[in-house]
Ligand binder design. Structure first.
Ligand code: SAH
Ligand code: SF4
Ligand code: F3S
Length: 445
């Protein structure tokens, strides 16, 4: 039995699925709780201190479960994967000896072999390594076991931007783009399994620059817009999204794709982090607030129904009240349909952590509250603005109440639909009747 717990971003969700797909053919059966599991994988996140600490409290909870398993004559192999594994390495085992294996994101393909080694070191007469490797060979192109009608597809990994607050360039390494042909094959296979909506993933997805398919000019590369136009031609794929983007990589071709590609959803997550040019500079974002606002205006001209989502950090070192007010002003000017906001968390090894003028916790708290109140109002206003309109909803799962199903709007909002409106997997046209705090309500259009 295999239990995987996933923390952090969608990239980790994707990686966890890939690890599962790699291990299931070796005989592991996915379980939804760690109790009694033979293999537990914690796929961890290092982005903020709180995220990184979660792994140690979870390891504390796993300790008695591992002991129990041993007492009943079995073994529980505990593996720490993901960004904490990459950042802290063997240090994890020193701090938590309960851990058997630490594996970073660049080495997941070696997981079967590494797990076999753990068993061998214990002196267990399990399956021979040979058998494991033979099975592993058969997995050169692991088949994706998809559930449902939406799927993530990693197209790009790593980041070369080095924002001064961020660990990602250290935990995920340099930018790498998968060849376009490989991505196309994966999306075709997903479509064949019934997937209708794909989200292209990358830490810096709009910096995508992948090898063009054979037959194109030799040595040619495709940007994200070219890739999207190609994937949009695959039968069965009706909706395309991508995340996360950096403002500096929003090139003309990609902006134009929002105007010309019907399958590209009118929703963009485009983090700006702060609205003060002084702070943006200290963050090494390499754009100004005005650059960002001009970009949003251009997008709205090209695709008037586009909605924006963003990320914000309050309390970056040196942030004054006036800097913070600049962020509030930027939010008022842009207006977001959705946003994520965080108190700055100094991360060891990043330039921001060593800056003077770290902001006091109480100040960060107060700023975050004000920022979240404004973003919350905007989110509610955006939801309310949909009432009375007609939209297409991809029905994804049963609802909490009888007779209901839940789907997604083009803007990623959950929409409650009547089960008579359509089956799970259908894209149905509905009229929005009411906006709740977390979802929209609808009637068949
Ligand atoms: N590649 C993405 C995601 C980075 S992590 C991007 O460039 O947007 C997601 C968000 O976490 C970031 O956008 C940022 O708002 C936040 N974040 C990253 N490091 C942080 C830190 N040290 N403290 C607080 N928030 C942070
Ligand atoms: Fe981190 Fe900046 Fe790269 Fe995003 S662009 S992953 S915030 S370094
Ligand atoms: Fe976290 Fe790593 Fe993603 S640090 S946000 S899991 S890239």
């Amino acid at each position: 039995r295999l239990f995987i717990r996933t923390y952090g971003c969608q990239m980790n969700v994707y990686d966890s699925e890939r690890m599962r797909d790699l291990l299931v053919p070796l005989g592991y059966e996915p379980a939804d709780a760690p109790e009694g599991a033979d293999l537990v994988i914690l796929n961890t996140c290092h982005i903020r201190e709180k995220a990184a600490e979660k792994v140690y409290s979870e390891l504390g909870r796993l300790k008695p479960l591992k002991a129990e398993k041993e007492a009943s004559g079995g073994q529980m192999t505990i593996t720490v994967a993901g960004c904490v594994a990459q950042a802290e390495g063997a240090e994890i085992q020193r701090r938590a000896p309960v851990v058997d294996l630490v594996v970073g994101p660049q080495t997941y393909h070696r997981l079967p072999e590494l797990i076999a080694k753990v068993h061998r070191d214990r002196g267990e007469a399990l399956e021979t390594e040979f058998e494991v490797e033979e099975k592993f060979d058969a997995l050169a192109a692991p088949k994706r076991l998809v559930e449902g009608y939406t799927a993530f597809v990693t197209v790009q990994e790593g980041c070369d931007k080095f924002c001064s607050f961020c660990v990602v360039p250290y935990t995920r390494g340099a930018e790498y783009s998968r060849p376009a042909a490989q991505i196309t094959a994966e999306v075709r296979a997903l479509a064949a399994q019934g997937v209708r909506e794909i989200t292209l993933l990358g830490q810096n997805v709009n910096a995508y620059s992948g090898e063009a398919p054979a037959g194109e000019e030799a040595g040619g590369r495709w940007g994200l817009a070219r890739l999207i136009r190609h994937l949009a031609m695959i039968g069965g794929i009706d909706r395309i999204r991508f995340t996360t983007s950096h403002p500096n990589d929003m090139d003309e071709d990609l902006l134009a794709a929002f105007a010309t590609e019907e399958k590209l959803m009118p929703y963009l997550h485009l983090p700006v982090q702060a609205g003060s040019d002084r702070i943006l500079k200290a963050m090494n974002r390499k754009h100004t607030a005005a650059d960002y606002i001009a970009l949003i205006e251009r997008l709205r001209t090209l695709r008037p129904d586009i909605a924006l989502s963003g990320d914000f950090i309050v309390g970056f070192p040196g942030e004054t009240d006036a800097d913070f007010e600049d962020t509030m002003r930027l939010i008022e000017e842009v207006t977001y349909a959705q946003a994520f906001s965080f108190k700055y968390s100094p991360r060891p090894g990043t330039p921001g952590a060593d800056l003077p003028l770290q902001v006091e916790e109480a100040v960060k708290d107060e700023r975050l509250q004000r920022l979240q109140a404004l973003l919350g109002e905007q989110q509610a206003a955006f939801a309310a603005s949909r009432v009375g309109s007609t939209m297409d909803v991809l029905v994804e799962k049963p609802g909490r109440h009888a007779g209901q199903r839940v789907g997604r709007s083009p803007w990623l909002q959950p929409v409650i639909v009547d089960e008579k409106a359509g089956e799970i997997g259908d894209i149905v046209s509905v009229r929005i009747t009411k906006a709740g705090p977390n979802s929209l309500f609808s009637e068949p259009a």
